[in-house]
Design a protein around this ligand. Structure first.
Ligand SMILES: Cc1cc2nc3c(=O)[nH]c(=O)nc-3n(C[C@H](O)[C@H](O)[C@H](O)COP(=O)(O)OP(=O)(O)OC[C@H]3O[C@@H](n4cnc5c(N)ncnc54)[C@H](O)[C@@H]3O)c2cc1C
Ligand code: SF4
Length: 316
């Protein structure tokens, strides 16, 4: 690991200012992703700004009837919150499908949203990777790409967003709240938070340098049945090959997002009109234009079957 300096600011705006004024500085929360990347020298920040003491660890009701989840709320606490379990079951289930109990005790809401891809070539510093080193090429294009994207990818990068929580937050239409060095606050809809890679795969989200996530706001509850299904190589402690977050109403209408198929949680609202017609109709519309690699066309059928299983569960 390269040497770095460290500070613990007192307020969110001070934290944002510390990152904004220091070249190559990073926030650190639970550290479960960042420290791994630092040990491998994939991330080499010169300065760490610890956001754990900023008082952003509460879950509060909003005047609109939703919930405001502080950026530092641990994944374990969010999944276990009685209001989340009752009204946002898809989120609780997605969180519990991720990582391990120990990791979830450390991992935070903001850190989870910002976890980096699990493309094997991103982690192998002997390989070309445009996300790790812009302009170096993409080893995955002709390599092992069974875990990687089938839609929304580019010639520069076919990585996926690997997380579970963000897929549920996308189906719930959550909003990411931020503050910058000047103290200016901003609300970013989840639909616009993660980016597609295009020709800038090194940029995962629409956050600006020094912009600190303070909270994620969930709108008022949707009702319906909340389902999260994750298909992976092992029954636990493994990333998704495909996941489905669904909220289904008694009349068969609802919402769906698919995880592990793109650089961002994948939701196509227009396709949700087809939910009463079944999984095939919906996934055909959601994944229209997909360009799987030689290695991962199976994800198209897997997405259909995983949604099919979710819809059966919704009717049960
Ligand atoms: C072995 C293993 C298995 C895992 N399996 C899964 C899984 O199955 N599913 C899943 O979803 N995840 C999985 N994870 C990932 C895990 O969920 C993430 O590592 C964790 O959520 C990151 O949160 P953190 O608080 O530790 O982030 P950190 O590592 O502290 O930070 C991550 C990034 O977020 C930035 N950041 C942190 N807080 C803020 C903030 N408030 N504002 C702006 N930027 C911020 C940091 O600068 C950094 O870039 C796994 C991790 C490991 C190590
Ligand atoms: S898919 Fe993206 S992350 Fe993976 S090697 Fe290519 S550029 Fe890097």
């Amino acid at each position: 690991m390269k040497s770095f300096t460290y500070e613990r600011p007192g307020t969110p705006a001070e934290a944002a200012a510390a990152v904004a004024r220091t070249p190559n500085a990073k926030f650190i929360a639970g550290g479960t992703n960042l420290l791994d990347l630092m040990k491998l020298q994939i991330e080499t920040p010169t300065h760490l700004v610890d956001v754990n003491g900023l008082g952003l660890d509460r879950i509060e009701a909003t005047p609109e009837g939703g919930l405001r989840v502080g950026a530092l709320v641990r994944n374990t606490d969010l999944a276990a919150d009685a209001r989340v379990r009752k009204d946002y079951g898809v989120l609780s289930r997605a969180l519990l499908a991720g990582a391990s109990g120990q990791l979830r005790n450390k991992a935070t809401t903001a850190g989870n949203l910002l976890q980096r891809t699990r493309c094997p070539y991103f982690y192998d510093t002997a390989q070309a990777c445009n996300k790790r080193q812009p302009g170096s090429g993409c080893s995955a294009l002709d390599g092992v790409s069974r875990q990687l994207a089938v839609i929304g990818a580019s010639e520069a990068c076919i990585a996926t967003h690997p997380g579970d929580m963000a897929v549920a937050m996308r189906v719930l239409d959550a909003t990411v709240e931020t503050v910058n060095a000047a103290g200016t606050q901003r609300s970013i809809p989840m639909a616009e938070f993660h980016r597609l890679p295009g020709d800038r795969p090194e940029v995962d989200t629409t956050l600006k340098i020094g912009e600190l996530i303070t909270a994620v706001t969930l709108p008022k509850p949707l009702g319906g049945k909340h389902i999260y299904r994750k298909v992976r190589d092992r029954a636990s402690y493994a990333y998704a090959l495909v996941s489905v977050a669904a909220v289904v109403q008694p009349d068969g209408t609802g919402r769906v997002a698919i995880g592990a198929v793109a650089h961002k949680p994948w939701r196509v609202e227009a396709a949700e009109a087809d939910l009463p017609r079944g999984a095939k109709a919906v996934t055909e519309r959601m994944l229209a234009g997909a360009k799987p690699t030689h290695d991962n066309a199976y994800k198209l059928k897997l997405a259909e079957r995983t949604l099919g299983a979710a819809l059966i569960e919704a009717r049960a």
